[in-house]
Design a protein around this ligand. Structure first.
Ligand code: SF4
Length: 390
């Protein structure tokens, strides 16, 4: 499908420049998923309706996954349209859908109310369905190997814009549109649910802290307040915004933390992950360890293996030493073969080099699993989500 798209509004950031505040743009419309149940009831009362209507509409949205007033027959016919169009304004317009792995991986491109674009990816594995969502349109963290970072930050997403990506995917699954639902996905119920959500699409979620944390609450709150997912199925990814990691640990929601480290030494990490010029490797690792201490959740260290840049055996040793210096059993490492982006000089490590890196880490006693790069054919893997219009 081809669609007319507005010209992107951001410029390429200069190397190393970090952008924390998004350019001012019109706010997305307020939506029921921005609010907790108490706030929704207050809103509905302000609109002149009975407070319990908030519960009814929430149930339609989070449980039945419907937004069409005609299907909400328990609401009075006279003000149904008005109430629903106020509480559930459309936030995401589907632009494109690309699938690979025989339909078991699907990338969805959405346009937001102001023309900004975001992407999410849905992947079916044996026994679970994982979804990778975006927390910002673009990203201000400017990692030079990442397509999203090179496009700059367009804006932060609202809580509801983040939640809507998961609700849209849940609807997609319920309609049986993701292949592989018949085999290996456990019960039929499992086959039709999003079991895992990872904040690894576009954006640095902790730079959009309030919206991201509220979105997590909507995902884990039981229906009709939210989608009723398990917090253990949710992974918050960050390049290492140390104060925000500590704040997240104190929220009392035991999501998994994934720290995108990509280098164990400051000299290289300053270049590969520019946030390192603010918070150094040791500070980020200390925060990751504190996260484990507070939540009891084992932390993931993400390490994109980039040919001849960060894939040296001595760097695997240094990483192993730094992790062990902070104790045992609190962390595991996910090396990820880099997904090359068009026109980029950065590319994936050679197979043997990757294997050596993994073995060196394991020799230090660090649990290490090479992460699958599902979706790389459709630019749906990490570091590739740039919401291109081609
Ligand atoms: S790797 Fe992550 S944090 Fe870095 S620029 Fe890309 S999306 Fe942003």
């Amino acid at each position: 499908m081809t669609t007319e798209l507005p010209t992107p509004s951001t410029q390429r950031p200069v190397p190393g420049k970090l952008t924390f505040s998004a350019p001012r743009r019109g706010k997305p419309p307020a939506h029921l998923a921005d609010l907790d149940m108490g706030q929704r009831r207050a809103w509905v009362t302000e609109l002149g309706d009975k407070a319990f209507r908030a519960d009814q509409v929430s149930r339609h949205y989070f449980e039945r996954l419907v937004t069409d007033p005609a299907e909400m027959t328990d609401l009075p016919k006279a003000d149904r349209e008005q109430l629903v169009s106020t509480l559930l304004p459309p936030l995401l317009t589907p632009v494109r859908e690309l699938s690979t792995d025989d339909g078991a991986t699907v990338k969805q491109v959405h346009r937001l109310h102001d023309g900004a674009m975001v992407e999410s990816v849905l992947m079916r594995y044996t026994g679970r369905v994982t979804m990778c969502i975006s927390s910002q349109a673009g990203c201000g963290m400017n990692c030079p190997f990442c397509a999203t970072g090179q496009a700059g930050l367009t804006r932060n997403l609202s809580t509801a814009e983040i939640v809507e990506q998961v609700v849209a995917a849940a609807r997609f699954l319920r309609h049986g549109d993701l292949a592989g639902g018949d085999e290996g996905a456990g019960t039929t119920q499992d086959a039709l649910r999003v079991s895992n959500v990872v904040f690894m699409g576009m954006g640095e979620a902790l730079a959009n802290y309030r919206s991201a944390v509220n979105a997590i609450r909507r995902l884990v709150d039981p229906s009709p307040d939210g989608l009723g997912m398990s917090a253990r199925g949710i992974t918050m990814s960050t390049v290492g915004l140390v104060p925000a990691i500590d704040k997240l640990a104190a929220e009392g929601i035991p999501v998994t933390l994934a720290l995108s480290l990509h280098a164990p030494d400051d000299e290289l990490r300053d270049e590969l992950v520019p946030i390192n010029t603010r918070w150094k490797v040791d500070e980020a690792l200390d925060a990751a360890r504190r996260y484990f201490d507070t939540t009891g959740r084992r932390v993931s260290i993400e390490y994109a293996l980039i040919r001849d840049i960060n894939d040296h055996g001595w760097r695997a040793d240094l990483l192993g030493e730094k992790l062990n210096a902070r104790g045992r059993g609190w962390v595991h490492v996910n090396p990820i073969p880099l997904n090359p982006t068009p026109g980029s000089k950065w590319t994936a490590s050679r197979r043997g080099v990757e294997q050596n890196f993994v073995e060196r880490l394991r020799a230090h006693g660090i649990p290490t699993t090479v992460r699958d790069t599902r979706g790389s054919e459709i630019d749906g893997a990490c570091g590739q989500l740039a919401a291109t219009t081609a």
